[in-house]
Design a protein around this ligand. Structure first.
Ligand SMILES: [Zn+2]
Length: 241
């Protein structure tokens, strides 16, 4: 990989510095271990993740969106989540770029909002299960946000969005991501009868911030070590490696 390619893929140019992004750093912890064997599935999952993020950004900013079965269900899930958790949004805290100058990294967090009165870093996820990588990412975002925030964030949350059909006989779950279809659970002998699409949101608070931040800082060290040859050729990376 060229230096320019590396810089583009893994970081941002901010105020004359090149800084790696949070998600590049946390990639030292495996993201979807079950999917890695199947590259096609991995890419479809990434596309679905991108779609949900774009949609939620639009909903948070009260922008119009194209109405399809999927977007209407996602919109309902988002509105229910806002209502049930007393979410108060601030426009400038949607998809906001954050920088940690001292630890030399940057990132784009999904949302900072009040959750039942507490300022919170919120990350949208679409993976089929929780990943330890989320703990590191949200700790990295919160530390960077709190560097410059007037009102620091005091909590971290994951809003995990799932989207599937359920067999009315055996309760197997069918997920369609682009051209990829996966069926999990249930009985293989069943002649599945699929329900209409269900969209569910699971809202999970991540405790143990101090411990997760420590692990994020350690992940950054590991990432730097792994990429030291490349990082030494980047003159505006503000750290000696
Ligand atoms: Zn079935």
């Amino acid at each position: 990989m060229t230096i320019e390619g590396f810089k583009e893929k893994y970081g941002y140019e901010i105020e004359g510095m090149w800084l790696p992004r949070v998600t590049a750093i946390t990639s030292v912890v495996s993201k979807y271990p079950l999917f890695l064997k199947d590259r096609g599935h991995f890419e479809e999952a990434a596309q679905w993740g991108h779609f949900v993020h774009k949609m939620f950004g639009q909903l948070a900013r009260h922008e119009r969106f194209e109405e399809t079965e999927t977007t209407i269900k996602l919109s309902q899930t988002f509105q229910d989540w806002m209502f049930e958790n007393d979410i108060i949004l601030q426009k400038e805290d949607i998809e906001r770029r954050v920088v940690h100058a001292e630890l030399a990294y940057a990132g784009t967090l999904d949302l900072v909002a009040q959750v039942k009165g507490r300022v919170s870093v919120i990350d949208f996820k679409t993976g089929a299960q929780m990943s330890p990588e989320y703990l590191l990412q949200t700790a990295g975002y919160m530390a960077a946000y709190n560097e410059t925030a007037k009102v620091p964030s005091e909590a971290r949350w994951i809003l995990r969005i799932d989207h599937y059909q359920e067999c009315m006989g055996c309760l197997a779950q069918r997920r369609e991501r682009g051209s990829q279809v996966s069926v999990r659970g249930g009985k293989s002998s069943c002649n599945h009868q699929w329900s209409s699409l269900k969209t569910t949101g699971e809202f999970i608070e991540l405790k143990e911030y101090e411990q997760d931040l420590k692990a994020f800082v350690a992940a950054k060290e590991l990432w730097e070590w792994h990429n030291r040859a490349m990082l030494r050729t980047i003159p505006n990376y503000p750290k000696t490696v």
